[in-house]
Write a protein that binds this ligand. Structure first.
Ligand code: GDP
Ligand code: MG
Length: 598
């Protein structure tokens, strides 16, 4: 298609403001899917996305729209995730677009992620079209939300579309604005090929499939292409676009978005952010790639069944293919055996990867408590980066420790400022600024240790503000903190996978709470199990898991058969995720217990 008739755009929004539903309406309105083929949030095709109602992977879909000017336009829509952990995905998608629909819920207004996403869109110089969504709801306040967008973001909202992605109000207006306001992609079919890989995945039949935005030149089947960063060459077998299922087509021209597959079997040959060019007529220079992402949160992943080690490695490699933010390297634990130290952008990212490994790759895993990266300055003047509490040098070798701090931006109704401040202070946060967004909402900024955020900061904020608080954070710097390693001993043996790093003032209470928690998690066994919490050589708490009474079931005999069955079921359920640590059977929950205490 002539590039003049192409529009490439994303939808950006705070979570739950209606991106995916709006995408549904656009797909439906343009007849891309028939009503019968349509299902809610059709682009969220991962089971996990459907169940949680969130978008994890960005998706693309090509729509054909006959505009009021009588011309047919090709609209390439890239749906993006809205959660803070997935900013990286958003950024990648935006690099393939010229414009973005900014969706704001008319009942909620501008939230922390609305701002974060707008900043990303502005960084990419995108034309932004404001859409005030959910105006069908009685509590909608579109005028106030428009004013907020003007005041906080500084966008002109005189043409903002008032829409309901649920009932279909405003959809035509949105499509018209896309055509009229978003610039056509700059394009030149005659230049040497340059295409940006913005995503990729592994297909069992076709091998690696790369999602691309063609910037210059064009691609046809049979062409020989080359990856500019890795140097890998391949022959094109399939090219196509998503409607939203993959459909083969016979060329991709400059300005277009689609996919390319070929003789690419190794996931490592296809790097997201790399530029594809023609092998016989290569471009001089690659497109600017993506800024690298560094994981902020690390945890250990271990197969419950140690013979699954290779399968786990294989699965991590495949997931890493379209998730550059995921890192992993082999690690061994005395308690858990062979596994991987994995890096994530945040806790949700960690959760999602773990769940995908279990569902899509049928792996049973033990996950250890998440940790940030500490900078440990040793007495010998060396600095080591520690992402695993178990590898912390002994206290005598440590001069001081620094931990990562973030700038946390919280937006709440002003009635809840008190609780937000209380929680932030309790999490060692340092107050920075407070600004009124409108008459009843404020934006509070704290400088706070990342480790506190990844524990339960957001959960606490949510429950203290009846779900109203929204949070965004970005890494700012490292600050010295008085930190110590808290060890747990089971049956007198330290369990490396249960060690955590805590602030010295919290060590005693954390130790006590953790020991108590573990006492309730670790099932009774044939012998008594002492649980001790220690800092260095000093035991700071102790609990006992009493030995099992041999007649747990005896009581049920002759009695209620369903109760007995339930008891056995429960035991079996618990067994699934047990790991023998020395002589003690430890359930998965134990390794995460630290997250569940105050
Ligand atoms: P996303 O997280 O931004 O992708 O949001 P979703 O599209 O998943 O929508 C979040 C929730 O809001 C879902 O329950 C939708 O059904 C609902 N929703 C989305 N748009 C509208 C709307 O215009 N009106 C109403 N009443 N509900 C909407
Ligand atoms: Mg969504």
């Amino acid at each position: 298609m002539d590039a003049k008739h192409i529009r490439n755009f994303s939808i950006i929004a705070h979570i739950d403001h209606g991106k995916s539903t709006l995408a549904d309406r656009l797909i439906e309105y343009t007849g891309t899917l028939t009503e019968r083929e349509m299902e809610a949030q059709v682009l969220d095709n991962m089971d996990l996305e459907r169940e949680r109602g969130i978008t994890i992977k960005a998706q693309t879909v090509r729509l054909h729209y006959k505009a009021k000017d009588g011309e047919i336009y090709e609209l390439n829509l890239i749906d993006t995730p809205g959660h803070v952990d997935f900013n990286y995905e958003v950024s990648r998608s935006l690099a393939a677009c010229e414009g973005a629909l900014l969706v704001v819920d008319a009942t909620q207004g501008v939230e922390a992620q609305t701002l974060a996403n707008v900043y990303l869109a502005l960084e990419h110089d995108l034309e932004i079209i404001p859409v005030i969504n959910k105006i069908d709801l009685p509590s909608a306040e579109p005028e106030m939300v428009k004013q907020e967008i003007e005041d906080i973001i500084g966008l002109d909202t005189s043409d903002a579309v008032l829409a309901s992605a649920k009932t279909g109000i405003g959809i035509e207006d949105i499509l018209e604005q896309i055509v009229q306001k978003i610039p056509a992609p700059p394009a030149d079919n005659d230049k040497p090929l340059k295409a940006l890989i913005f995503d990729s995945y592994f297909d069992a039949y076709k091998g690696v499939i790369a999602h691309i935005r063609v910037v210059d030149g064009m691609i046809k089947p049979g062409m020989r292409l080359k990856m500019m960063a890795t140097g890998k060459e391949f022959e094109v077998t399939d090219i196509g676009c998503f409607r939203p299922a993959p459909v083969n087509i016979n060329m991709l021209e400059s300005g277009e978005v689609g996919f390319v597959a070929g003789s690419l079997k190794n996931v490592r040959d296809v790097r997201v952010g790399d530029t594809i060019t023609a092998a016989n007529n290569p471009a001089d220079e690659a497109l600017p790639g993506y800024r690298g992402v560094t994981p902020m949160v690390y945890c250990g992943l271990y197969p419950v069944d140690s013979s699954d080690y290779e399968n786990l490695k294989d699965a991590l490699e495949k997931l890493q293919l379209n998730d550059a933010a995921l890192t992993f390297e082999p690690e061994t634990s005395i308690a858990l055996g062979f596994g991987f130290r994995c890096g994530f952008l945040g806790l949700l990212h960690m959760d999602v990867i773990q769940e995908r490994l279990e569902r899509e790759y049928k792996l049973k895993l033990i996950t250890t408590a998440p940790s940030v990266i500490y900078h440990v300055y040793k007495t010998n003047k060396e600095m080591v980066k520690i992402d695993n509490p178990a590898s912390m040098p002994p206290p005598t070798e440590i001069e001081h420790i620094e931990e990562p701090y973030v700038k946390a931006t919280v937006i709440v109704p002003n009635d809840y400022v008190g609780p937000v401040m209380e929680i932030s202070q309790d999490k060692r946060g340092v107050f920075k600024t407070m600004d009124y967004l409108d008459v009843n909402r404020v934006m509070v900024v704290y400088h706070i240790p990342l480790s506190e955020i990844i524990y339960d900061y957001f959960d606490k904020l949510k429950s203290a503000t009846r779900g109203y608080a929204s949070l965004d954070y970005e890494l700012t710097d490292y600050q010295p903190s008085k930190l110590v390693k808290l060890d747990i001993l089971l049956n007198g043996e330290p369990v490396d996978a249960l060690s955590t790093i805590v602030h010295v003032d919290r060590a005693a209470s954390r130790g006590r709470q953790l020991a108590e928690k573990l006492k309730n998690i670790i099932p009774r066994q044939m012998f008594e199990i002492p649980i001790q919490a220690a800092v260095g050589n000093k035991i700071i708490a102790r609990e006992n898991v009493r030995a099992m009474r041999k007649d747990v079931l005896a009581k049920c005999y002759g009695g209620d058969i369903t109760r007995k069955r339930k008891l056995l079921e429960k035991q079996k359920e618990g067994k699934k995720r047990m790991k023998a640590v020395g002589s003690v059977e430890v359930p998965q929950e134990a390794f995460m217990a630290i997250l569940k205490i105050d």
